[in-house]
Design a protein around this ligand. Structure first.
Ligand code: ADP
Length: 324
């Protein structure tokens, strides 16, 4: 026989998709462990190079450059993700929108031009976010409105996590952990056979502790919140998740939404969407979806969960209380 080799942990951190990426795998071979991590990061960079709005020559860059002019031939993968984006727009009643670029650029959250834009500029940008002006013709993508811009920032990171997971699985990895700036996938169980314990970050600004944890195996966990990227102007807090209805960063009782699902793509989109919807609508929306669970945290530190996850959540910080 081949004997039993010890599983060892291998990990690498890289800066990808504008955030910190972290991949950890368990393998019996150092060479194979490190090689599979390398392949997964290469896959993530491929996605960044096609989906980025700012990388010159990326599919999205070219789609935006040719808005109002001509259809752009894109990679089948880009096409697939854009089609998913169009479906999510419908499912979320327009709350999640992959052509919000005009508004996202105007606010510039996280960019050096971030500021509260003049109301008339917000009104103007809002005229150019109609998903019906996004057209797919065979394998080409055409933005009919010359002032409309695509931004896949609310879906690409989750998709990249799922693709990295696919790479690891194809290489036979049975246990691993991927974290792309808070978009997480727990692959398999830990080598000792118990699930991964994943923390939910304290969404109160200035805090970084885990306020709760949840046991996961072969599941994704993704959070959206107003504490991640934001600026403050005149004592007001402006964050990076835009409500297409108002053209402003969403304002409601929520400070974060965490989604537990089978894919990080779903998690990425649905955490953003539910965050904009607010507690009541967000909760009933997520409850209506199969195999998707959520944790909602309000500004006054009350934790609401969907029914399927309630007894799996363990509160670690007693300043937070479970509501239901
Ligand atoms: P993060 O990237 O910090 O994890 P999210 O996953 O919640 O945050 O995605 C926020 C990003 O999605 C924004 O930076 C922006 O690019 C884009 N975005 C903002 N508002 C929306 C929206 N209503 N629909 C779709 N995408 C959005």
């Amino acid at each position: 026989g081949c004997g039993t080799k010890e599983l060892q942990s291998f990990q690498k951190d890289e800066f990808v998709l504008g955030t910190r990426g972290q991949i950890r795998v368990f393998s019996t071979s150092q060479r194979r462990g490190n090689a599979t991590i390398g392949k997964a990061f290469t896959r993530i960079r491929e996605i960044e190079n096609t989906m980025s709005t700012s990388i010159e020559g990326s599919d999205v860059y070219r789609i935006n450059k040719n808005a109002g002019k001509s259809p752009v031939q894109v990679d089948p993968e880009t096409l697939k993700l854009i089609k998913m984006g169009i479906e999510y727009e419908e499912i979320t009643g327009g709350v999640f929108n992959i052509v919000l670029g005009s508004l996202i650029d105007l606010w510039g959250i996280g960019k050096d031009w971030q500021k509260v834009p003049p109301q008339q500029e917000i009104e103007e940008a809002k005229r150019h976010i109609n998903i019906n002006d996004l057209e797919i013709i065979d394998s080409s993508v055409f933005i009919r409105d010359s002032k409309m811009l695509m931004d896949l920032g609310g879906i690409a990171k989750g998709y990249a996590v799922d693709e990295a997971v696919r790479v690891l699985k194809n290489d036979g990895v049975e246990s691993g952990f991927i974290n792309l700036g808070g978009d997480i996938y727990a692959l398999g169980n830990k080598p000792d056979g118990t699930p991964w314990n994943v923390g939910i970050q304290n969404p109160i600004i200035g805090k970084t502790n885990a306020i709760a944890r949840i046991a996961l195996a072969d599941q994704s966990i993704v959070s959206s919140g107003d504490y991640e990227r934001y600026f403050i102007e005149d004592d007001q807090h402006y964050h990076h998740i835009i409500d297409p209805e108002t053209g402003y960063p969403s304002t409601n009782e929520l400070v974060s939404v965490t989604i537990v699902s089978e894919t990080a793509t779903d998690g990425d989109v649905l955490s953003t969407a539910a965050f904009v919807m607010g507690l009541e609508d967000g909760l009933s929306f997520i409850e209506s979806l199969e195999n998707i669970e959520a944790v909602f945290i309000t500004r006054d530190r009350i934790v609401y969960t969907t029914s399927g996850i309630k007894d799996k959540l363990e509160i670690l910080d007693d300043l937070f209380t479970i509501a239901n």
